[in-house]
Design a protein around this ligand. Structure first.
Ligand SMILES: [Zn+2]
Length: 349
């Protein structure tokens, strides 16, 4: 029998599988101390968890075995295999099985480098392709965002575009780290399924709830400090580097451009966090436009002090993973609305 043919409770199963993991645990029952084993087995059709009351000592993870007189039961809505004293587990030396991996359905907030392959479902936005040439071949890498009701993260896809505004289920997507955040990528082995449902997202969190570099999160809080060096900075128009001298060492003939750099501490009553915000977030909040920047450059700090410092605001931001903690890269700042407060109360309850 193959793993994908097992449904519900079945006695006397005979299977040829690979032991994917094997753990031993001691437990105390009414009959005293007992030992049992548990882990995962798989074959070409799938993977199942097992519990074994007896397990032949020489067999270890990675071995292929023939199993007779096992049974299956449904436990926690999932099929599980049970091996007991009647079950025969026979080592098949030199035999290997290509196991079809199953990937755990994971919310974007729960992505972790510890589980590098997962199944995620989310809505795609801002996806655009960029062509690269290598050894005479041209290929396209698509970059954008994927979001669900818990977080928004970057997604990249090699050669395969996804449609903006559509929901996809991605089986066997890869989790990696990019620019201090987690990223999803689609490779050759990722299965891509378009979904019909639509999703709408409002991701309100309290700071203490977030311990993962999640993105596109709304936080309501008070700005309790404003960095004294916040204000206008110059950047190279070519490489975007901030320039302390006003001239880029790598591109001395290129023009410079103005940006706003601001940093502050946001406190939402559960925790406080360091934030940085650039002109994309700050200009709309202060009600100034790109062409106003040269004229108001000297006033920016005073405007920030006036409008941000000591005020309650709503920020939409990405959490950034630093060495020891998280900070926020702010995408947008706005005044708190009545609707925000109602949602905040809901989150707090
Ligand atoms: Zn430069």
């Amino acid at each position: 029998m193959k793993i994908d043919e097992i449904h519900g409770e079945t006695p006397n199963l005979e299977l040829k599988v690979k032991i994917l993991s094997l753990s031993r645990r001691e437990t105390t029952t009414s009959r005293g101390e007992t030992v049992y084993y548990y882990g995962l087995v798989g074959d070409e059709t799938g993977v199942l968890p097992y519990t074994a009351w007896e397990f032949p000592a020489p067999i270890k993870a990675g071995d292929t075995v023939q199993i007779k007189y096992a049974r299956s039961r449904v436990y926690n809505e999932r099929i599980r295999l049970y091996f007991d004293s009647k079950t025969e587990i026979l080592l098949k030396p030199g035999e290997d099985i290509e196991v079809k991996r199953t990937y755990k359905e994971t919310k974007l907030m729960d992505l972790s480098l510890k589980n590098p392959f997962v199944t995620v479902t989310g809505k795609i936005s801002n996806m655009a392709g960029k062509e690269y040439s290598k050894a005479g071949n041209t290929f396209t890498i698509y970059n954008g965002f994927i979001e669900d009701d818990t977080s928004r993260v970057r997604i990249s896809s090699f050669g395969q575009p996804l449609e903006n505004g559509k929901i996809y289920r991605l089986v066997g997507a890869r989790v990696s780290e990019f620019n201090k955040q987690l990223e999803i990528s689609i490779g050759d082995k990722t299965e891509v399924y378009p979904e019909n449902e639509d999703m709408d997202f409002e991701r309100y969190y309290k700071l203490f709830e977030v311990d993962n570099p999640a993105g596109g999160i709304t936080i309501l809080g008070f700005i309790i400090t404003l960095g004294t060096k916040s204000g206008i900075i110059k950047r190279c128009s070519e490489c975007n580097k901030p320039l302390s001298t006003g001239v880029c060492p790598d591109h001395p003939d290129k023009p410079t451009k103005l940006d706003i750099f601001s940093y502050f501490t946001l406190d939402d009553g559960t925790r406080y966090i360091q934030c940085i915000a650039g002109k994309k977030a700050v200009m709309p909040f202060l009600g100034i436009k790109e062409e106003d920047l040269p004229r108001v450059a000297g006033d920016i700090y005073r405007m920030l002090e006036d409008r941000l410092y000591g005020h309650a605001v709503r920020v939409n931001a990405d959490f950034i993973k630093n060495e020891d903690d998280l900070s926020l890269r702010v995408n947008a700042i706005s005044a708190i609305t009545r609707e925000d407060i109602e949602k905040d109360i809901k989150v707090s309850q």
